[in-house]
Design a binder for this molecule. Structure first.
Ligand code: R5P
Length: 319
């Protein structure tokens, strides 16, 4: 999708229940306006969203960007409802029972970009046995029906979305993470805790200009992983382990154990998505000297902004 930007109209960055902080920063970077859409819950827990009446005209500019996470499950429903409301406004379908305002306006055409800081269900990206849902593709199938372009930050395995029928920009916060580590840690060595994180971690090592290696990991179950022993030249060195996400913290703790056994002086953990499930932060506190993560998900350790990476993706979709 190539959407032209009208110089006379300030395009909005929208947010609902999630992503307000990122939307604010993204709007500042792109010189756009941030609009907070209404979002609340009915007593039974179902979501309610609304485009505020005073913002309807702004949403009908040539392009709009919605920041929304597909995590947790309620985030998927929230995202779909927000996109539905935005699309109705852009199609000019304003018919309402109270008969308030204009009921019909012109259709302003395509131009809805969904920017997803954290794409939930990314890790179920294969069918390991017959009958399993390939969740990452199913979620994408729903979203692609509701928008004109998608930006996704550090998706676990982007190839799972090959062949989708709309433009998708995959962006990464590794440049910002490298910057954070360079300024606050000064690592001598970057470690990828598994083969899947090699490209991200080696990018960080390249940007900092330090040594790099990786481990081979076998996942036994959601809470247990094993690393194949490997000699790492880390004695007396400051090491940062770089991954796309930290969930239970098991991967980082085991990698840190291997580094400490081999004489690492300091071990830091860095990732884009800090899920920190089930006591991960207290577990990590016993294994690493520092945690560096973006605000793609609200978490108490967020110290890197996800907005610059998302801005790069939005910029590519909008000319
Ligand atoms: C998996 O391959 C991911 O890149 C992460 O390494 C993994 O999700 C981290 O999970 P946990 O923190 O539970 O070990």
């Amino acid at each position: 999708m190539k959407v032209s930007r009208s110089p006379s109209f300030q395009m909005p960055v929208l947010s609902g229940a999630s992503g307000g902080n990122i939307a604010e920063s993204l709007a500042a970077i792109l010189g756009m306006e941030h609009i907070q859409l209404e979002s609340r819950r009915f007593p039974d827990g179902e979501a309610y969203v609304k485009v505020p009446s005073e913002d309807i005209e702004s949403l009908r500019s040539e392009a709009t960007v919605l920041i929304s996470n597909t995590y947790p499950d309620s985030g998927i429903m929230q995202t779909v409802l927000l996109l539905g409301a935005i699309n109705d406004v852009r199609r000019g379908d304003l018919a309402n029972l109270k008969g308030e305002g204009e009921q019909r306006m012109d259709d302003v055409g395509p131009g809805v970009i969904l920017a997803i800081p954290y794409y939930g269900y990314a890790r179920q990206d294969k069918r390991f046995s017959p009958g399993e849902a390939v969740s990452a593709r199913i979620i994408a199938g729903v979203l692609t029906e509701c928008c004109d372009g998608i930006v996704i930050l550090d998706l676990h395995a982007p190839e799972v979305l090959d062949g989708m029928n709309l433009p998708i920009e995959f962006v990464s916060s590794m440049p910002e993470i490298a910057d954070r580590l360079r300024k606050n840690v000064g690592p001598d060595f970057i470690l990828s805790p598994d083969k899947g994180a090699i490209s991200r971690a080696s990018e960080v090592a390249g940007l900092i200009g330090c040594e790099f290696s990786y481990l081979e990991k076998t996942r036994i179950d959601a809470h247990t992983i094993e690393h194949t022993p490997k000699d790492l030249d880390v004695s007396g060195k400051v090491v940062a382990i770089v991954d796309d996400m930290i969930s239970t913290g098991g991967t980082i703790c085991r990698a840190s154990d291997a580094l400490r056994r081999q004489g690492a002086k300091e071990v830091h953990a860095a990732c884009t998505h800090g899920l920190f499930t089930g006591g991960a932060l207290s577990r990590l506190a016993n294994h690493v000297d520092g945690i560096h993560t973006t605000d793609s998900l609200p978490n108490p350790r967020a110290n890197v902004s996800a907005a610059p990476a998302l801005a790069r993706g939005v910029g590519k979709l909008i000319e």
